[in-house]
Design a protein around this ligand. Sequence first.
Ligand code: FE
Ligand code: FE
Length: 184
Amino acid sequence: MELSSLEDLLVEELKDLYSAENQLLKAIPKMAKAATSKTLKSGFEKHLKQTEGHVERLEQVCELFDVSPKGKKCKAMEGLIEEGADVIKEDAEPEVKDAALIAAAQRVEHYEIAGYGCVRTYAKLLGNDKAARLLQQTLDEEGDTDKALTKLAETINVEAEDPTISSNGKTAKRRTAKRHLARA
Ligand code: FE
Ligand code: FE
């Protein structure tokens, strides 16, 4: 493959993301199934729906540049998903496994955020505002998902520290507050 212009690079990166998103369509349901926390489970299910939209947007963007989104395999996402699969197989306490699933999912989100940030900028530089807007929408959703996972981790990770704490959000929050006070 020859990259002689920014547009060539954009196309390569779009293909990479298209492969990544399609791999995720198969992986996210397995992550949802492995999650114990209802909030985490429904978070994965919500992101699966969004991921279908991400695939569609990439198809739209590729159409704008008159290229096919197919033809590349994202090896990085393959590796991240493999690590997620290891977590799923792990014999762990449910709360600890949920924390590990969140960690795996956040690695995925950060990879996507990096990829979409780049292609959004390239599209803008190439003067294709419509493509830039579509890619920004996906970038925003990946960012929101990452933030939601961080928020969830604050509760779940506390439970993972002490599995006797109920999954009742209030109890967990109180414990977190207490810990912060103890540290201060
Ligand atoms: Fe995505
Ligand atoms: Fe994502």
